[in-house]
Each structure stands twice: as structure tokens, then as C-alpha cells.
Design a protein around this ligand. Structure first.
Ligand SMILES: CC(C)(COP(=O)(O)OP(=O)(O)OC[C@H]1O[C@@H](n2cnc3c(N)ncnc32)[C@H](O)[C@@H]1OP(=O)(O)O)[C@@H](O)C(=O)NCCC(=O)NCCS
Length: 174
């Protein structure tokens, strides 16, 4: 049985990055991410329409974390507190052995290995601290950047669902 407890909030650090909790001051960057046509291209979600939408989103995310339902990090460079992307673990199974991962980066920060660095730390956290045995990712079959990222971490393609989504799975003893 895994241990899903996000109190105190688990701030994660890597060579270049700090993964911290979202705060209301991130609303402009969350709006930029969630309204960007390139970021949204392969994501099945309604684009954010306003900063107020982004503020509500941040509040909802933090309520979910408070209930230990899911965990969601703002990705920042160590040199500045500004949000450049997000990464999350959600949809935990009842026994906490399985969860899904999601991630996104503002276009100006893509192609620099930043998500690789963040994903590595989040996988380590999921396996070592929560006790996950497997992590799934749903990604559009044409989303090459995301597919490449998952394959670098040894996620294996399992199936394609009816919405053109590929289901990738990482098993901790693979
Ligand atoms: C998916 C997404 C996060 C991937 O971002 P990314 O920046 O391409 O991912 P990475 O961190 O793995 O960076 C990899 C690229 O950086 C380059 N790079 C530059 N410096 C690097 C470094 N120091 N270390 C590693 N890679 C580096 C690599 O060459 C690599 O490019 P390649 O795979 O073409 O060789 C990004 O495309 C995105 O936000 N997309 C929109 C949202 C989305 O679709 N999310 C997925 C939902 S399932």
C-alpha cells in the first residue's frame, strides 16, 4: 500500500529547477500556459479564457492537494521564482500503487531538457515516497515531444484509446 500524503508540500529540487506549490501569484503564467495554442494543441481541454479562470484553476488544484487527491508542482528555474511549466501526478488508484502523470512547458522553455529533469525527479518521488508501482501517461498519437520524453524514461506503449490517445506505462521494476 502506498503512502499518499502531501503535507507538508513536497518541494523538489534538481540541478536547474525548483518544483514548488502553485500560488495565486502564478495566475498570469498559468493563464499563458492554458491559453497557448501550441501547448494546448494535443490536450483535450478548454483553453483558459481569463486570468480569473487561471485563479480558479489554482485554487481548485490546491484544494485537491489539501485533500491528498493529487499533487501538482509549478516548475521554476532555480534563479527565479517565475512559473515556466507544471507537472503533476493524479488519478491515483485506491491502493496508491498507480497514478497518471501530466506535464506542460511554456514554449520558450521547451527543447532544453527541462521537462526531462522535472520528470526524472517526479518519477523518483512517486516511486520512493508514494510507493507507486506504475505510472501511466495518456498522450495524443501525434504528440512527438511528449512521446519522446516518455520513451526516454522507459514508458512502454500499451494501447491506443478511441480518442487517438496512446497509453504509456512505466512499471517500477522495468
Ligand atoms: C511535452 C513537453 C513538455 C516536452 O518538452 P521538451 O522541452 O521537448 O522536453 P524535454 O525536457 O525532454 O527536452 C527535450 C529536448 O531538449 C533538448 N535539450 C537541450 N538541452 C538539453 C539538456 N541539457 N538535457 C536534455 N535535453 C536537452 C534535447 O535535445 C531534446 O530534444 P530532442 O528530444 O528533439 O532531442 C512540451 O512539448 C510541451 O509542453 N508540450 C505541450 C503540452 C503537452 O503536450 N503535454 C503532454 C501532455 S501528455
Amino acid at each position: 500500500m502506498g503512502d499518499r500524503n502531501f503535507k507538508p508540500f513536497p518541494v523538489l529540487k534538481t540541478e536547474r529547477l525548483t518544483l514548488r506549490q502553485l500560488v495565486s501569484g502564478d495566475a498570469n503564467e498559468i493563464f499563458a500556459l492554458r491559453s497557448d495554442g501550441n501547448v494546448n494543441k494535443y490536450l483535450d481541454r478548454k483553453p483558459s479564457k481569463s486570468i480569473d479562470d487561471a485563479k480558479i484553476f489554482i485554487q481548485t488544484i490546491n484544494e485537491n492537494i489539501q485533500r491528498n487527491d493529487s499533487i501538482y508542482w509549478a516548475i521554476t528555474l532555480n534563479s527565479t521564482d517565475k512559473l515556466i511549466g507544471t507537472i503533476c501526478l493524479f488519478d491515483f488508484s485506491d491502493d496508491n500503487l498507480k497514478a497518471e502523470i501530466g506535464y506542460e512547458l511554456l514554449p520558450g522553455f521547451q527543447g532544453k531538457g527541462i521537462m526531462q529533469e522535472a520528470t526524472s525527479k517526479v518519477i523518483e518521488f512517486g516511486i520512493q515516497h508514494i510507493g507507486l508501482h506504475s505510472i501511466e501517461a495518456y498522450t495524443h498519437f501525434e504528440n512527438q515531444s511528449s512521446t519522446k520524453l516518455l520513451e526516454k524514461f522507459n514508458f512502454k506503449k500499451h494501447s491506443v484509446d478511441g480518442n487517438n490517445l496512446m497509453i504509456f506505462k512505466l512499471t517500477s521494476n522495468d
